[in-house]
Ligand binder design. Structure first.
Ligand code: ADP
Length: 719
């Protein structure tokens, strides 16, 4: 094990690096500037925290996110790496104390807000300490073309120049277009940096778009199926956030609300309660998020479409940072497009930037309408070619919907829209169909229309929901000019003429993300008690992933406890005994035969165990094997990829993915057995020449016949 691998295990308790981490850390350690573009949740922090732990001296981390600073500093101190932060939340006594400790070089990492760089006194004082490395987090803030421009970021290059000898500089961001990347390199004055753009795919996230659903009903039904699960519901406006929040409270959901209309104190309280698991569901506008490092967010529901794919992926990406299965759902209603259009119209942007924003919104709307794999669409948007056609992990690949025939209702709605001369919105049309006696109906004599009251057996809300579905499926159009008016599309006219059938999709909420495991709950309580005593959020003590592993593997001694994901030496020293005692009590109490569990785990390889967590009784049964392990065993028995795919009734692409996964997990796969020898050198050269982590530029450099599969085999299997 080399130094950086040892540090990863010792401090963070992880056995392997995620994509890109090892290369980025190695470059920094070897005195090379880096730019790392990695999606939210991919693990950027470790890319500067591990080098900082290994370097002599104090690493400075520049971050715009005050709340995140505290989180990261707590996390580091828990892991045994001395760290602190300096920002406007400190009073002068605390500030002076911390500055003294910084100058005494007591810290490995010091987080500062960029505004601090405007203080000459602060900069001068730092000159007396050894600064080997400066990490610039959220580096896109330096560019006016990024979405969070911070003028103080422009001071960073001057700060770096003022340090002698010049430190290594690492720039980290989740979103960087070509323009922003160029700005980062130029404005930070980076010296021949290596650039890493890791894949944008977040395989543990399930993406879905739900059109024309009754949003409130959907949310309530989803939450009742996922009791106790943590999530965020994003809304487009403060008003909507408040109204959904009230709805949830009425339905006994532990909810909070967060938007820019609340006082700082209320927002901080809300954010803390969410961090401490006192609130399960946070209903919020996009003001909530920058700085949320909570790793166990299991779902993100967008009640409305956001302004663009960048915002969507960033917000949705707050789910599943711990790598566990999580869901990202977008509730699409065509009228929400008008709201986003309005926001752009009202903004102070130049004409050029406005038209850029409209274009981005268009791409966001297209995401809602596409019938292709949603993950593939997202990756393509971020200029990454997915190595699959279908991901089998989104609502377009896995159809969770039932088809319902609503021909009769649709015909009634279409005729009503036609009778009112396509001049009214859904509220009025629904009122007529329902047979409302309101003044506006009677004044206009709509009670004399042949369609008046022909749907009186439905509630008005049901009728409006149906209209929304017909709009989403493009039978009806909502005009864009101020007051949204319903128009028939050619699709509806064809139904009216030919009496064709209209089917709509209705979603079955069937998945449950709840963890039903007694020992997990016991350990969770202990974690909570420790968190309260230490004044840190529970996920800083141990992540859900660590607790899940503990409740599955049931470690009984130090060695086994250190084998749990996320358990480093420091955490073992601090908490090991307490968790081990609880686990031992549980084993005794339930008369669990621990050696039979161990045998099963060894037999089926450590990788197979976590998936069966949802059922505590499974512990006594044989652990389920992970799919790629089954593929591996068949491959080792001499079966070809084609044969395995046939036997397992899956696509060859899936088997290829399994083989690559096995290779990356260190299993015995020989790339030379699969990739034709004449191509290996060629692929290696292309990989070396192309600085980016993405494979599509590499693929483009190579002859057509060379597949992504071969490239991945060479990348991970040929040194
Ligand atoms: P980002 O800054 O890229 O959004 P973070 O650095 O916050 O992501 O990391 C997200 C989560 O992934 C954290 O909970 C972190 O501890 C975890 N993580 C990072 N690297 C690894 C790794 N190599 N193995 C397992 N978990 C990791």
């Amino acid at each position: 094990m080399n130094n950086i691998q040892k540090a990863l295990k010792k401090y963070f308790g992880y056995n392997s690096f995620r994509e890109g981490q090892k290369e980025i850390i190695s470059d920094v350690i070897n005195n090379r500037d880096v730019v790392a573009v990695m999606p939210t949740g991919a693990g950027k922090s470790i890319c500067f925290q591990v080098p900082a732990a290994l370097f002599e001296g104090t690493t400075i981390v520049i971050s715009p996110l005050i709340s995140l600073m505290k989180d990261q500093v707590d996390n580091l101190n828990e892991a045994g790496i001395k760290a602190t932060y300096i920002n406007s939340t400190l009073d002068s006594g605390e500030l002076n104390k911390r500055m003294k400790d910084i100058l005494d070089e007591k810290y490995k990492l010091v987080y500062i807000a960029p505004e601090r760089l405007e203080s000459v006194a602060f900069l001068d004082s730092l000159k007396s300490i050894n600064i080997p490395f400066v990490a610039v987090d959220e580096a896109h803030c330096i560019s006016q073309w990024g979405h969070d421009f911070r003028p103080s970021y422009r001071k960073i290059a001057g700060f770096i120049n003022s340090i002698y000898p010049r430190p290594i500089v690492g720039a980290y961001t989740a979103t960087a277009t070509k323009r922003v990347k160029k700005d980062i390199i130029y404005l930070l004055n980076l010296k021949n940096p290596s650039i890493y753009v890791t894949g944008f795919d977040r395989a543990n996230l399930y993406f879905s778009v739900l059109k024309g659903v009754n949003k409130e009903n959907f949310i309530l039904s989803y939450l009742s199926k996922n009791k106790g699960v943590t999530g965020i519901i994003y809304t487009a406006t403060r008003k909507e956030a408040e109204s959904i929040y009230k709805l949830l409270i009425k339905n006994n959901v532990k909810a909070g609300v967060y938007h820019a209309g609340l006082s700082d104190e209320d927002r901080n309280n809300g954010q803390n309660k969410f961090a401490y698991d006192d609130i399960e569901v946070m209903v919020a506008t996009n003001a909530f998020g920058m700085g949320i490092d909570k790793s166990n967010v299991r779902f993100v529901i967008h009640n409305n479409i956001p302004k663009n794919m960048e915002a969507y992926y960033q917000e949705a990406g707050r789910a599943g940072r711990d790598g566990e299965k999580s869901e990202c759902m977008l509730l699409f209603a065509p009228k929400d497009i008008q709201l986003q259009t309005y926001f752009i119209d009202q903004s102070n942007l130049s004409m050029e930037r406005k038209s850029n924003e409209y274009e981005k919104l268009r791409a966001m709307v297209d995401y809602c309408h596409t019938s292709q794999c949603l993950r593939k669409y997202i990756l393509r948007y971020f200029s990454e070619e997915a190595a699959f056609e279908k991901c089998d992990n989104c609502s377009n690949c896995n159809d969770d919907c039932e088809m319902k025939d609503i021909t009769l209702e649709a015909l009634k709605i279409f005729s009503c829209v036609y009778r009112v001369k396509q001049s009214f919105g859904s509220g009025m049309v629904a009122d007529i169909l329902k047979g409302s006696k309101s003044k506006k109906i009677l004044d206009r004599r709509f009670d004399r229309l042949s369609t008046y009251g022909i749907m009186n057996d439905y509630t008005k809300k049901d009728i409006v929901d149906m209209i929304n579905k017909l709009v989403a499926d493009n039978y009806l159009n909502l005009s864009n000019d101020g007051y949204p008016v319903l128009k028939l599309t050619n699709k509806a006219v064809a139904v009216l003429k030919n009496k064709g059938n209209v089917h709509i999709k209705t979603l079955k909420v069937k998945r449950s993300l709840s963890i039903d495991n007694e020992l997990f709950e016991i350990l969770r309580k202990l974690r909570r008690n420790i968190a309260v005593a230490e004044k840190v959020p529970p996920y800083i003590v141990f992540s859900d992933v660590s607790l899940k592993e503990m409740s599955t593997f049931m470690p009984v001694n130090k060695n086994e406890f250190l084998g749990i994901k996320g358990v480093g030496e420091m955490k073992y020293e601090k908490y090991g005994d307490r968790f081990l005692t609880l686990i031992a009590d549980y084993i005794k109490d339930k008369e669990i035969n621990i050696s039979s569990i161990r045998n099963n785990l060894i037999q089926n390889s450590i990788n197979s165990s976590v998936s069966s967590l949802n059922d505590n009784n499974n512990i006594k049964k044989e652990e389920k094997k992970k799919s790629h392990i089954i593929t591996y065993e068949m491959y080792k028995q001499g079966k070809s990829i084609e044969e395995i795919a046939k036997i397992r009734e899956v696509k060859e692409r899936t088997i290829e993915d399994h083989i690559v996964m096995c290779l990356r997990e260190g299993m015995d796969i020989d790339a030379y057995e699969i990739v034709p020898h004449e191509y290996i050198e060629m692929i290696k050269e292309a990989l070396d020449d192309c600085k980016e982590q993405r494979l599509s530029p590499v693929k483009q450099m190579l002859p057509e016949v060379i597949s992504y599969f071969w490239i991945r085999l060479v990348k991970y299997g040929v040194n």
